[in-house]
Write a protein that binds this ligand. Structure first.
Ligand code: F6P
Length: 327
């Protein structure tokens, strides 16, 4: 089955991620390639409700493949969660005479997309853009690789001062409820311990591990903490630990939104380009209500319902690797 598309809208929604610009560029240029007129919707679903819909062309996405953030801006729209908000969005969509929509964002954005397609019959395809890497149906989300590199670079710097002062550092990274960023950057920067929500090993495990490090002759340690962990954030954990081991004077760094910015890595640029092109092709081939992702290095489609309801499991073998290489 094929679908005729004359005019296509593209938006970025939810937390921004490095590589979103490369994805917008790919969608816009794939449209031009296929003879479709591309339209950019600013500020995600909010812009759809406010009617911020502007024509784009191959030149309007020039020189953005290397830029972080999103040219179209992003938002988390409360109004789009309401039927009234979606009705207004639909009216603006129709006034702009658009035939289909590409949504670049996370699973919250795909939930909105599902409703929009169900209620108004608008064909929508999703592109996974979030640093969290927490979307089922793709091995990698756009922005994750860049965020990992940002974390590793920051922790390398903290490692220098931790070593100089024989200190213990708790470093908190993003990831919402998932530990992908913490686990993989933790291995990359040689963290002594990595605390993630998917494998809560408790404070006793952490204490034993630090004592073992002491005995092994280590004079400083880095504990990487995923923000969604059960033991609370890095500050809380440091307090709990100091109460149990008063000899330790821990320092805490919360890396925060630095992880969302910066020039996208080459990996993210390539991923975003592949998925942006695939999203337009998928719509033209007649599919919708699906996310385009990459599985085993091939483009793969996952129904929104699955992408939203299921979760990628952490590779437990990586935890074992982390334990072994940090002795
Ligand atoms: O989903 C991306 C993300 O950066 C999460 O890692 C984090 O929990 C959340 O967004 C932060 O959201 P906000 O920018 O709205 O504070």
């Amino acid at each position: 089955m094929t679908r005729e598309i004359r005019r296509l809208g593209v938006l970025t929604s939810g937390g921004d991620a490095p590589g979103m610009n490369a994805a917008i560029r790919a969608v816009v240029r794939a449209c031009v390639h296929h003879g479709i007129k591309p339209y950019g919707i600013r500020e995600g679903y909010k812009g759809l409700i406010d009617g911020q819909i502007e024509p784009m062309n191959a030149r309007s996405v020039a020189n953005i493949v290397n830029q972080g953030g999103t040219l179209l801006k992003s938002a988390r729209s409360q109004a789009f969660r309401t039927p009234e908000g979606r009705q207004t969005a639909f009216e603006n969509f129709r006034s702009a005479d658009l035939d289909a929509l590409v949504v670049i964002g996370g699973d919250g954005s795909f939930t909105g997309a599902t409703l929009f397609e169900k209620e108004f019959g608008i064909p929508v395809v999703g592109v996974p853009g979030t640093i969290d890497n927490d979307i089922f149906g793709t091995d990698y989300t756009i922005g994750y690789d860049t965020a990992l590199n940002t974390v590793v670079e920051a922790v390398d710097k903290i490692r220098d001062t931790a070593t100089s002062h024989n200190r213990l550092f708790f470093i908190e990274v993003m990831g919402r409820d998932a530990g992908f960023i913490a686990l993989n950057s933790g291995i990359g920067c040689g963290a002594e311990e990595i605390l993630i929500p998917e494998a809560d090993r408790g404070i006793d495990h952490l204490i034993k591990s630090l004592e073992r490090s002491d005995r092994a002759g280590k004079t400083s340690s880095i504990v990487l903490v995923a923000e969604g962990g059960k033991g609370g954030g890095a500050f809380e954990l440091a307090k709990t630990l100091e109460a149990r081991l008063p000899d330790y004077e821990a320092r805490v760094t919360v890396l925060g939104h630095i992880q969302r910015g910066g020039r996208p890595s080459c990996f993210d640029r390539v991923l975003a380009s592949r998925l942006g092109v695939a999203a337009v092709k998928t719509l033209l081939e007649g599919s919708s209500s699906v996310m385009v992702g990459v599985r085993n290095n091939a483009v793969a489609l996952t129904p929104f319902a699955e992408a939203i309801s299921k979760h990628n499991a952490i590779d437990k073998a990586l935890l074992e690797v982390a334990d072994i290489v940090s002795i």
